[in-house]
Design a binder for this molecule. Structure first.
Ligand code: BGC
Length: 481
């Protein structure tokens, strides 16, 4: 997810110094990674809340799709303004701004008295998600000492999946068990509003964080940048090596737009990043993230409690399978894991499609196999496309165009995400339950061809080598050699 968004950019430049970092470094990592948690919470929360929202406002499936996807369109807008905000005000202030929008947006959702209000509030919240999901990994990649950069970035990715599962758990409790004002269950306003609390924690935590040293250097505050490293208890040799890395990278001026117009090879890299992000979303992952309880209903799990616990199991599986990617991405390489993941996802979606076409009404014993296939799909995604597409997108752009490249691919991710969120119920109604999953299954199989033809293996290759291969005109599939 992430999280490696733009962050791999400095990841493999220099030999890591050996000294272990201090507590403050982990505090920095944890606080900034809270942005990932919030991202996950906001993505996950809507699945459990939507049936209650639909009942209270008496709205159609069409309108519910807007409630779901308003956040995603907001995230597109948020991503597009983040480059400007984080360069103008600094990374730290930009994360603070996003925390304020998170708090306000969550409260506005909780007090919404009409579906229009709710859609507008979710759009606002989406802006916070877009800004945070762009700026926090950037901040992490800029401030982490080299020795722990990889794990800091993976932590951000993991926080997203943990956020999703926490939202599923809190939804389950509020949907079925919690009693407020004599009413048990169905508390969708609390589901949405409670996210203001972690947002406030993030705001307070970020108040104590230092600014990104790289941004300080960029703005000419070299002394302040070095003071940040001293505050992080880095020794002189580490500071010298961080300073050299920053100064070297600042020698390359960002000239993305100009490069895009004049350099065909850069345009090819953008095409690759954009294509990969569209693929990540068209796997259908977020159909499950946003609509899991409904899917369990189609699979014959009729009570709210069954549907909600099924959703929690989806979330937990998503977290656990992310560790497979973390463990193997640098050992086996990106492509073998991607092939394995897409074969699993394709077969699992096709199985769900076939089972739904047979119909659980006719044969109720099909419910558990369908649930099993859905979980297999989640494993396939979390071990491959989930994290690795973000990794590849952070590796394939030449340094001078990296900011623009990452902005493009991240914005594409949100646009495709919004389209998926906004069309699922319509697809169910027009194609039918089974055929909708068959369609996603077929797409997953088709994407394997894209990997064969266009995707490079980037394991163990320096970013400089990838860049020189790309700019020399090698086919995309070979730029990792
Ligand atoms: C995707 C998100 C998705 C999440 C699920 C991320 O990599 O970009 O759209 O919701 O994975 O874990």
């Amino acid at each position: 997810m992430l999280g490696l968004r733009g962050a791999g950019m400095y990841a493999r430049r220099m030999t890591p110094p050996v000294r272990k970092p201090k507590f403050i470094v982990y505090f920095i990592g944890f606080t900034a990674a809270l942005a990932g948690l919030l991202f996950g919470l906001d993505v996950g929360v809507i699945s459990g809340a939507q049936s209650f929202i639909q009942t209270e406002f008496k709205i159609s499936n069409d309108i519910i799709q807007y409630v779901v996807s308003a956040l995603l369109w907001g995230a597109v807008a948020g991503t597009l303004i983040s480059g400007f905000l984080s360069s103008r005000f600094g990374r730290r202030k930009t994360i603070l701004i996003s925390a304020i929008i998170f708090i306000v947006g969550s409260l506005l959702c909780a007090f919404a008295h009409s579906e229009h209000w709710l859609i507008a509030a979710r759009f606002l919240l989406g802006i916070a998600v877009g800004v945070a999901s762009f700026t926090a990994p950037l901040y992490l990649s800029e401030i982490s000492p080299q020795v722990i950069r990889g794990s800091m970035i993976s932590m951000y990715q993991l926080m997203i999946t943990i956020g999703i599962v926490l939202a599923f758990l809190s939804d389950t409790w509020l949907a079925s068990y919690a009693t407020f004002g004599g009413v048990t269950g169905g508390h969708w306003r609390i589901m949405l509003g409670v996210i203001a609390i972690p947002a406030a924690v993030m705001f307070l935590g970020v108040l104590f964080l230092p600014e990104s040293p790289r941004w300080l250097f960029l703005k000419g505050f070299k002394e302040r940048g070095i003071a940040v490293f001293t505050r992080m208890h880095l020794d002189d040799a580490q500071i010298a090596s961080e300073v050299k890395e920053i100064e070297d990278s600042l020698l390359v001026k960002q000239s993305g737009f100009q490069m895009l117009l004049t350099n065909r090879n850069f345009a090819r890299a953008i095409g690759l990043g954009v294509g990969l992000q569209i693929i990540q979303q068209l796997t259908g992952i977020n159909v499950i993230m946003y609509y899991a309880p409904r899917i369990f209903q189609i699979a014959g799990f009729e009570t709210t409690i069954q549907q909600m616990w099924g959703t929690v199991i989806v979330g937990v599986t998503n977290v656990l399978a992310t560790f497979i990617a973390i463990a193997f991405v640098d050992r086996l390489g990106r492509k073998p894991i991607m092939y394995a993941g897409f074969v699993v996802m394709g077969s699992a979606m096709i199985t769900v499609g076939i089972l739904f076409n047979i119909g659980v009404e006719k044969d109720p014993s099909l419910g558990y196999p369908a649930m099993f296939a859905l979980l297999l799909f989640i494993i396939g995604f979390a071990m491959s496309a989930g994290p690795i597409i973000w990794v590849i997108c952070s590796e394939v752009y030449p340094l001078a165009g990296r900011d623009l490249g990452v902005t493009f691919s991240t914005a594409t991710n949100w646009v495709a995400n919004a389209i998926v969120g906004q069309t699922f119920l319509t697809l169910l109604m027009t194609l039918g339950n089974g055929n909708t999953f068959l369609l996603y299954g077929a797409l997953n199989v088709l994407f394997i061809v894209f990997f064969l033809l266009f995707v490079p293996e980037t394991k163990g290759v320096s970013l400089e080598k990838i860049e020189s291969n790309l700019l020399s005109g090698l086919p995309l599939r070979k730029i990792g050699r």
